[in-house]
Design a binder for this molecule. Structure first.
Ligand code: NAD
Length: 341
């Protein structure tokens, strides 16, 4: 049953396994009564074929208008000098917040009972890539120079996003991860700002960790962590480390959120090796859709879908091949739909 007026959202099925997993996810969302009405758009290689651009104008216009999108994996066309479409979307829509939750879904992996949420600053830091080489003694690449940029405002909004999330989702602790002992200005400003923001959230415990120590602790004792907030480069690395703790990128969702728009995605790629076979795991995109439901205030629906996922994986023992099962994409989706009823 639809609870609210429909929300028009952009749907980018994407390349490779994208169309298969997005069809599965849309069917599950419909069965759960999610309020989305889909405005389907081409992106990636599919869009190059039709529009000559992996991020064509109709796609960008649709996201501008709807402000919310679910994105399947997009293959970056090889050759032709195309920039990563994900970076382009991030810059076009000012998506400063990259949200990467990781949770153990199937036991038997390396770690159990993991439930960590990472907030990565998505636009600043060393990834502004202000880089150049110095030519010395005829060697044009004698020296490489890169400048990183972190701002008070940029650090503040991502730290606030992390604390707001902690309050909303009844989390206990936020850890600010940095390297302020060496990069005293670049990441010192992030730590300083994080501590400042923490003062506005006295009920949430706040601590900080140097990124190398954090990486070690995440491997030795990940249960110490709850919500992590960090700068662009460290967040990029740690978010994949976290995905590894719970069984790899195959089940990892991500959200890219800005003031103007929010784009929800599976972290994995278009899996060309299994595309068209109907065996891809739709879980990462489904978990991304759950983040999207949370974003529009439909937490009750995302919770029901999460419960159905847990039941299908661990009670019905229905899993796709990447998780050691035999189910096809459709069989898995149908099992989730059955559990929703
Ligand atoms: P990939 O994630 O597509 O595949 C890596 C391996 O994981 C493959 O063996 C694949 O079969 C498997 N896999 C991935 N998703 C799966 C799923 N849902 N179910 C079952 N198995 C799954 O990485 P790749 O091969 O390096 O990249 C392929 C293409 O995807 C490239 O063009 C790359 O640029 C693009 N890519 C896009 C995104 C994105 O849009 N967010 C992310 C990464 C890669």
């Amino acid at each position: 049953k639809k609870t609210k007026a429909a929300i028009t959202a952009t749907l980018i099925p994407g390349d490779g396994i994208g169309p298969e997993i997005s069809a599965a996810v849309v069917a599950i969302l419909d069965a759960a009564g999610a309020p989305f009405k889909w405005d389907k758009q081409l992106g990636g290689v599919a869009a190059v074929d039709k529009h000559g651009d992996p991020a064509p104008k109709p796609l960008l216009d649709s996201i501008t208008k709807n402000k919310i999108a679910l994105k399947g994996p997009l293959a970056t066309p090889i050759g032709g000098g195309y920039r990563s479409i994900n970076v382009r979307l991030r810059e076009t829509f000012g998506l400063y917040c990259n949200l990467r939750p990781v949770r153990t879904l199937v036991p038997g992996g390396r770690y159990e009972n993991i439930d960590i949420v990472l907030f990565r600053e998505n636009l600043e830091g060393l990834y502004v890539a202000w880089e150049h080489y110095l030519n010395i003694d005829g060697d044009p690449h004698a020296v490489a120079v890169s400048s990183g940029i972190n701002t008070r405002a940029g650090s503040k909004r991502i730290c606030e996003a992390a604390f707001e999330y902690a309050v909303k989702h009844k989390r206990k602790k936020v850890t600010v991860v940095h390297k302020a002992n060496v990069l005293k200005a670049l990441t010192g400003i992030f730590l300083e700002t994080g501590k400042m923001v923490a003062k506005d959230y006295p009920k949430i415990e706040c601590n900080d960790r140097i990124v190398d120590a954090c990486a070690m602790e995440l491997v030795l004792n990940p249960w110490k962590y709850d919500v992590i907030v960090t700068t662009n480069l460290f967040g990029d690395i740690l978010s994949d480390l976290l995905a590894g703790l719970v069984g790899g990128l195959g089940m990892a969702p991500g959200a890219n959120i800005g003031d103007g728009a929010a784009i929800f995605e599976a972290v994995h790629g278009s899996a060309p090796d299994i595309a068209g076979k109907g065996i891809a795991n739709p879980l990462a995109l489904l978990l991304a859709a759950n983040l999207m439901l949370d974003h529009v205030g439909e937490e009750a629906i995302s919770k029901r879908i999460n419960n159905a996922i847990d039941a299908v994986l661990n009670k019905d023992n229905i899993r796709t091949g990447d998780l050691g099962g035999k189910a096809t994409t459709k069989q898995f989706a149908n099992a989730v739909i059955k559990r929703l009823k």
